[in-house]
Design a protein around this ligand. Sequence first.
Ligand code: ARG
Length: 443
Amino acid sequence: MIRRVAVIVVAGLLAGRDVAAQSDSVARASVLVRAGRLIAVRTGTVLTNQAILIEGDRIKDVGPADAVAAHAPRDARVIDLRNATVLPGLIDCHTHITSDPGDYYKQLFRMSAIDEAVRAHVFAKRTLDAGFTTVRNVGAGEFIDVALRNAINEGAIPGPRMLVSTMPLSATGGHGDVNGMSPYLRFEGFSGIANGVDQIREKIRFEVKYGADLIKVLASAGVLSEEESVGAPQYTQEELNAVVEEAAMWGRKVAAHAHGAEAIKRAVRAGVASVEHGSLIDDEGIRLMKERGTYLVADIYNDDYIIAEYTRLGFPQKIIEKERLVGRQQRENFKKAVQAGVKIAFGTDAGVYPHGWNAKQFAHMVRWGATPLQAIQAATVNAADLLGWADRVGALEPGKFADVIGVVGDPLQDVTVLEHVAFVMKGGQVVKDSLTGGAKAAR
Ligand code: ARG
């Protein structure tokens, strides 16, 4: 008995050593990506005939192809993207990656968090294949987002890098509550419902304890919920101040869902990192956001999908009417904010519309006041800054993760080419390649 245990232990140690040796060689493997055109996202400069040298999961060097190739290891694997435009992996700062649009009744009454959990990995893969190598997920049932993030980080399933908020903080009867039902209907399970400063602090501690990377707070009413208003404030200034202060104590940023002008201003004054939606923002709100450096994350593609599909999906007419109230105004106000110089980060609310369609929003951003470069910056450098990950994602620079995408055409001329990302690499691993027909060993 004792001997058997000993054998198992030794075998275990050997297996461990094997794995260590293997991951060591993976960590050292060099890849040279040749890029016909490369967009330096900070400046908007398009550089031709470039190369990216990758070691393990990080970028080691970027520059003119010949210079970079000259000091690349002899055995570096070459990926030939000379016919493509290469950019850093895209970032969506507002996703709900654990759920897809579907029948209202079915999703509310027939599906559980477990149903969502078993499907979520499919949406993660779709998002990654669309060129989004990082997402900030701002609301999921139970702790599905934490589990998904962990499984992706461990390499168990493919998906984007994730920062997750867990359950959005909501007032009773607010956007995060289930409204419009009989008081005898109970929805059980974890929720983000918290009222008053003490409950808010407790809820944030609970969420951080079980894996939240950031805190999402529902500062105003919303569209896809059955309370009456679309933009009315749902937390007091005192409550929002407590959200930001408590989150900061645990090193977490706050993303505030806010459609209405007053809720937006309260959130900005409280010191949130980003205002989500921002639909009915007024001039004072725009001025405050600029002053405080608050990011606007406006999901201005969503309206198209909701108006086209949500009646068919059985959503109450009341909800569709709320969408009609904000859809157009949100776009007009986005334009105002862009023109005023408010910081913009790309966020789509994917999950309200199908995952993998994230890039459809670029064209709307350009139509509503942003240049193609501004739209791309929103989804790269700006997004990375908002996430607090400027040191690791959002640009093709030495030291950052080798998250690289390739498209055919020039997104600075026609931003819709980003809807057809043909090559995706995350952390030095190719996850999608319909460009090269496979990497070549020799240079
Ligand atoms: N999750 C958001 C809400 O329910 C979606 C808003 C969609 N509409 C829009 N115009 N962005 O409030």
